[in-house]
Design a binder for this molecule. Structure first.
Ligand code: APR
Length: 241
């Protein structure tokens, strides 16, 4: 099959479902993270102000947990697309916009990854605004490597905070002629609104998800199934395997 070169620029949005088969809990499935913890307690600035130890322990646990996980076939396929697309499409772009705060896209070899909700393996100093790669705990209030203040917090975007690099995302959607959403429930904005923006800007839209999401009606096509099956299959179609 010839590569789908009617497309040049592809924007891919991923959510927790792309990491589920790597053993990282999603948020809204039965037994998921938000069933074990109240969002307002562990994922809001107010919760952090109210009980910083609770929040730091929650993220210390998740920072350790993700380092024991490995990418699955979906991450590997997206990394392959990222590597091969420019050559197959005559210079087209791929951008993976992820809501996930794990580093499995990068560990699979993807290079064009944008973490709109931040990352577990980065910390942010609220005293000097520096960001640092961090793999250990924060509960002991370690000093900021830049200013020595005991003011490091998880560099994760909490509810009520502004997602990162929205201008870059909007510009990429304006250039995209294909938008693919993988493993997200379409429950949280602004990510849940990307499909409508992509459509308005002329892109084709495809959803790959275990079940219909809140945004399924906005997609030209929805394929239901596990990411580890659907994503390699779709990448093979796009690259013309
Ligand atoms: N393959 C494909 N999709 C899957 C799989 C799988 N193996 N397992 C679960 N899913 C789907 C679920 O059907 C669901 O639609 O992934 C989606 C996960 O939805 P959520 O748990 O809501 O996660 P997500 O959409 O990433 O949440 C968005 O909300 O809580 C905030 O900041 C947090 O980034 C997160 C945002």
């Amino acid at each position: 099959m010839a590569p789908m070169t009617r497309y040049r620029n592809i924007v891919i949005l991923t959510g927790a479902g792309v990491s589920a088969e790597s053993g990282i809990d999603t948020f809204r499935s039965a037994g998921g993270l938000w069933e074990q913890h109240r969002v307002e307690d562990v994922a809001t600035p107010e919760g952090f102000a109210r009980d910083p130890d609770l929040v730091l322990r929650f993220y210390d646990m998740r920072r350790v947990a993700i380092q024991t996980k490995v990418p699955n076939a979906a991450h590997e396929a997206l990394a392959r697309l990222d590597r091969e697309w420019a050559g197959r499409s005559g210079g087209g772009e791929v951008l993976i916009v992820t809501q996930n705060v794990d580093d499995l896209h990068e560990r699979a070899g993807a290079l064009n990854v944008l973490h709109m909700h931040g990352e577990h393996l980065t910390v942010w100093c609220t005293a000097c605004d520096a960001r640092h790669r961090w793999t250990g705990p924060l509960i002991e209030r370690p000093p900021c490597p830049a200013c020595a203040a005991p003011s490091l917090r998880p560099d994760v975007v909490w509810f009520g905070e502004v997602p990162y690099r929205m201008d870059e995302i909007t510009e990429a959607l304006a250039r995209a002629d294909l938008f693919v959403s993988i493993g997200t429930s379409g429950a949280v904005y602004p990510a849940a609104g990307f499909v409508r923006l992509a459509r308005e800007l002329g892109a084709d839209t495809l959803e790959l998800n275990l079940e219909r999401s809140q945004g399924s009606a906005w997609f030209d096509e929805t394929r239901l199934g596990a990411a580890s099956v659907l994503v390699p299959q779709w990448v093979g179609e796009v690259l013309g395997d």
